[in-house]
Design a binder for this molecule. Structure first.
Ligand SMILES: [Fe+2]
Length: 189
């Protein structure tokens, strides 16, 4: 495996798309949700179903299909990294992102694994991007890691990445709203 691909592989597990999850649970997701604005210091507020990132919308709304999908994908993610499946607790929330909204670069503090699942997107309404964790390598002639890695949103796509990895979401410049579910996984230690 080429070095860049190998390092990307270690940091980000990508590309699992299924329309089954969207069809079975999107109506459940859309109804009766309470959204809160994110703090202004985070840029133009987006709407989230959580204020403290400690609750679990998957459990609250009984989103069993996406919950199972995350559990299955976590096993694949850990297999790829050579880790055993560990017991974990999870927090999750839904994000609604309209025209002009974005997420500034941030990380998820002490979460072991974080991720996002796309319920509704036109694929041009803001891409998640990952910032290289190896800044010292950006000047090397052997490696070109200075570019952020952008991942196009697609309905049904599930992305996982280490919680410490710096990331953001580019501005939604379209008239439609992107709806996604984000989660944090904390392993029992
Ligand atoms: Fe995030």
């Amino acid at each position: 495996m080429e070095l860049k691909a190998l390092l990307q592989h270690q940091f980000i597990s990508l590309g699992w798309t299924t329309s089954k999850i969207k069809k079975t649970e999107f109506n459940q997701v859309k109804k009766d949700l309470d959204f809160f604005d994110t703090p202004e210091m985070w840029g133009k507020p987006q709407k989230l179903t959580t204020q403290n990132f400690e609750d679990d919308i998957i459990e609250q709304k009984k989103l069993r299909v996406v919950g199972k999908a995350i559990d299955d994908h976590l096993k694949m993610f850990l297999d790829a990294l050579g880790f055993p499946k560990l017991k974990y607790r999870m927090t999750s929330w839904i994000t609604s992102n309209s025209k002009g909204e974005y997420s500034p670069v941030h990380n998820h503090l002490n979460a072991d694994i974080s991720g996002v699942y796309y319920y509704q997107t036109n694929e041009r309404d803001g891409s998640i991007f990952f910032v290289t964790p190896t800044l010292a390598m950006t000047n090397s002639i052997f490696t070109k890691f200075s570019d952020n890695i952008y991942v196009k949103p697609e309905e049904g796509k599930l992305i996982m990445f280490p919680g410490w990895l710096q990331h953001g979401v580019s501005t939604n410049t379209t008239d439609s709203t992107r709806v996604s579910l984000a989660f944090n996984i904390y392993f029992e230690k």
